[in-house]
Design a protein around this ligand. Sequence first.
Ligand code: MN
Length: 201
Amino acid sequence: MPYSVPDLPYAYDALEPHIDEATMKLHHDKHHQAYVDKANAALEGTGYEDKPVEELLANLSSLPADKQTPLRNQAGGHANHTLFWENMSPDGGGEPTGELADAITTAFGSFADFQAKFEDNGVTQFGSGWTWLVLDGGALKLTKTSNQDSPILEGQVPLLGNDVWEHAYYLKYQNKRPDYLKAWWNTVNWAKVAERYAAAK
Ligand code: MN
């Protein structure tokens, strides 16, 4: 099968207390698996069966009309979650360093301003979706998307994203999405984000 759920690069309970073990198990084993299963079913006959998911999303509009919506949702969900697991770490948190830190300060004024806007995009995303740091035409930007829409659909390169679907936080944070967004910073793997930035720019 073309896509598969990558193993978590840490234990299910490794992000406690910020993200609880039960949420991680359900989110990774059930939700991500469902996106992969449905994406693989929709991929059949498209010619993208053995290609990277990023390439599919970048070329989505060239696919038959009846394939576009399922793949936007399901392949988008696969791409978004794959990035999400990688961008967290039990050794996460703190602030970026080096070139990425300088670029964030230049683009947003300060790291605190960047965090505030990123969180605000997550809080104000009505319904399910994502808040993102992306590279867009060589510039860092903050954006949000609905459902499982990937920034790749807009020609952007996602560098860091947080999942604000209720399944990502409701067991622990219930309706308090802003608390989840704040706590989540303690998990961010800035070395990985810097790696993405260096590769994309
Ligand atoms: Mn999710």
